[in-house]
Design a protein around this ligand. Structure first.
Ligand SMILES: Nc1ncnc2c1ncn2[C@@H]1O[C@H](COP(=O)(O)OP(=O)(O)OP(=O)(O)O)[C@@H](O)[C@H]1O
Ligand SMILES: [Mg+2]
Length: 333
C-alpha cells in the first residue's frame, strides 16, 4: 500500500480567512496618543468562531471597527496588517471596502440603531439589503426576509415586517439587526456585544441561533463580549484582551478549564457558576488602567497577585505547548 503520510505533510494548511498581524490602532488626542489597539494578532479560519473577551476599554470594539475600516480621525491604523481572504484590508480603497462590508463581512453592533433606518419599514430595509446583493424579485426577497426573522426567533414575522423600528421593543430591534446581518450569508460576522442589553433567556436563544446558522453556512464569527460565560458555550477559541493587547488565546475548553494568564483567571473567578454559588465572587482588584498612563512593563502588573520584578519588562506572547499563546512572565503551570 502507498504510504500517504509524506504526501499529507507536504500539503500546506488552508490559508486563514482572516489574518491580523501586529495591528495598532491609535487615537491622537490632546492628552496624548491613546493606543487603543497596540499589537494585536488574530487568525481566524473559515467557519471558525472566536470569542474576543475583555473588560470595558480593552480595545475590543476598536479591533472590530479596524477590520471593517470604520476608524475615523483622530483614530487611524498606525501599524500592522489585516488580510481577509488574501486581500489587504488596510490599504484597500473605501469603495472596495464598502463592497466587502455589503457582501462578505457583516457587523452586528451593540446598538441596533447603527443598522436600522428609523424612517423605513422593516420589510423595505430587509428587501433593499437583499436586492443590493443579489438580483432577486421583491417577492422572493420578502420571502427570504420573513424566513430570516423566523430564524432569529421573532414571533408574528408578517406583522413585524410591516412595522417601523420605533414600533418594536429594543430586543426585537436587535434581533432584526442580527437577522439583517445574517441575511446575505456573509463569510465573516463581527458581533460587538449585541445581546448585552437583552434579557438572559433571549440572549441565550439568539446565541444559540447565531451559532446554528454559522455552523450551517460555514460562516466565521468574532463575538465580542466582556462576559466569558457568554462565549464559553459559543466559541471554538477565545482571545482575552487587556489594555490593547491579547494576553491569552487558545481553545475555549483550555481557556475556561486551565487559564494560564492571571487576568484570564480573574475573569473566570468573577463569573457566577454552580461552583461559586453562595460564595462571594472574586473581583479583580483595582481598575482598568488609563491607556494614557499604563504601568511600565506588563499593563496588568499592578492588579496582579503574581507580579514579580520580571513584570517591569513587558512580556512577549509565548507559545504554550500546542494550546495557544500567553503574554505573561508567571503563567499558571
Ligand atoms: N475616538 C476616540 N478617541 C480617543 N480614544 C478612543 C476613541 N475611541 C475609543 N477610544 C479609546 O480606545 C480604548 C478602547 O476602546 P474600545 O471601544 O475598543 O473598548 P471596548 O473593549 O470595546 O470596551 P467596551 O466593553 O466598553 O465596549 C478606550 O480606552 C477608549 O477610550
Ligand atoms: Mg466595545
Amino acid at each position: 500500500m502507498m504510504d500517504v503520510s509524506n504526501i499529507k505533510a507536504t500539503v500546506p494548511p488552508p490559508a486563514p480567512l482572516l489574518s491580523i498581524k501586529g495591528l495598532k490602532t491609535h487615537f491622537a488626542t490632546r492628552a496624548g496618543v491613546v493606543k487603543a489597539v497596540d499589537g494585536v494578532d488574530i487568525e481566524l479560519g473559515r467557519g471558525e468562531i472566536l470569542g474576543l473577551v475583555g473588560e470595558s476599554g480593552s480595545g475590543k470594539s476598536i479591533t472590530g471597527f479596524s477590520i471593517l475600516g470604520l476608524i475615523d480621525p483622530p483614530g487611524r491604523v498606525a501599524g500592522g496588517s489585516i488580510t481577509y481572504d488574501g486581500r489587504d484590508l488596510v490599504s484597500m480603497d473605501e469603495e472596495a471596502r464598502r463592497e466587502l462590508r455589503g457582501n462578505d463581512i457583516a457587523m452586528i453592533f451593540q446598538d441596533p440603531s447603527m443598522t436600522l433606518n428609523p424612517v423605513l419599514r422593516i420589510d423595505t430595509q430587509m428587501i433593499e439589503t437583499i436586492q443590493a446583493h443579489a438580483s432577486v424579485s421583491t417577492d422572493e426577497a420578502r420571502r427570504r426576509s420573513r424566513e430570516a426573522l423566523v430564524q432569529v426567533g421573532i414571533p408574528s414575522p408578517d406583522e413585524r415586517l410591516k412595522a417601523y423600528p420605533y414600533e418594536l421593543s429594543g430586543g426585537m430591534r436587535q434581533r432584526i439587526a442580527i437577522a439583517i446581518a445574517l441575511i446575505n450569508r456573509p463569510k465573516l460576522i463581527i458581533a460587538d456585544e449585541p445581546t448585552t442589553a437583552l434579557d438572559v433567556s433571549i440572549q441565550g436563544q439568539i446565541i444559540h441561533e447565531v451559532k446554528k446558522l454559522c455552523r450551517k453556512t460555514g460562516t466565521a464569527l468574532i463575538w465580542i463580549t466582556h462576559d466569558l460565560a457568554v462565549v464559553a458555550g459559543l466559541a471554538d477559541r477565545i482571545a482575552v484582551m487587556y489594555a490593547g493587547r491579547i494576553v491569552e488565546t487558545g481553545l475555549t475548553a483550555d481557556i475556561i478549564e486551565r487559564p494560564l494568564h492571571p487576568y484570564t483567571q480573574g475573569l473566570i473567578d468573577s463569573v457566577p457558576s454552580h461552583a461559586t454559588r453562595g460564595r462571594r465572587l472574586h473581583q479583580i482588584r483595582g481598575m482598568t488602567p488609563s491607556l494614557l498612563n499604563l504601568p511600565q512593563g506588563c499593563a496588568f502588573r499592578d492588579r496582579c497577585d503574581k507580579a514579580t520584578e520580571a513584570c517591569l519588562v513587558a512580556p512577549d506572547a509565548t507559545e504554550v505547548g500546542e494550546r495557544g499563546l500567553v503574554r505573561c512572565w508567571n503563567p499558571a503551570q
